[in-house]
Design a protein around this ligand. Structure first.
Ligand SMILES: Nc1ncnc2c1ncn2[C@@H]1O[C@H](COP(=O)(O)OP(=O)(O)O)[C@@H](O)[C@H]1O
Ligand SMILES: [Mg+2]
Length: 126
């Protein structure tokens, strides 16, 4: 599968999500899973970790600039990683969302437009 995205910006978003998954994970055996899946005209890139997750009432707050959640005591941060990542995702025609999971895992989903053969502008030039 192929996504339509700026490679440097995509890397920046993934580094933000993965470093959060490491930093905010107090589990004795930390586990981080990165998975990509094509869904219709989108690709979902999911980052999950077993560090206790994001509380239901924090899910909107953590996308605000300078907002830090209940796990902020685990490491230094300016509270800008997620708002910047969400803005980047939206600028690329996608989005960044978080889901509350009752099992206590964190679940961040990066939605990106899927590149299809029909959408590829160079496909018709040969
Ligand atoms: N994987 C995660 N598990 C639990 N909480 C998280 C996770 N990722 C982010 N958070 C919460 O979201 C808040 C905002 O994250 P972010 O915007 O990256 O800023 P920062 O990491 O500088 O605090 C963090 O302070 C933390 O409380
Ligand atoms: Mg961060």
């Amino acid at each position: 599968m192929t996504v339509r995205a700026n490679g440097d910006r995509l890397q920046q978003v993934l580094i933000n999500l993965l470093s959060n998954a490491v930093k905010y994970n107090p589990a004795a055996a930390p586990r981080i899973v990165l998975r990509a899946e094509a869904r219709g005209d989108q690709v979902h890139v999911d980052v999950t970790d077993n560090g206790g997750g994001v509380a239901r009432d924090e899910a909107e707050l953590i996308f605000e600039k300078f907002a830090r959640g209940g796990r902020a005591d685990r490491g230094y941060g300016a509270g800008l990683g997620l708002p910047i990542s969400k803005a980047i995702a939206r600028a690329m025609g996608g989005d960044l969302t978080v889901e509350f999971r009752p099992d206590g895992s964190s679940f961040f989903r990066l939605h990106l437009p899927r590149e299809t053969a029909a959408a590829a502008p160079l496909a018709a030039t040969s």
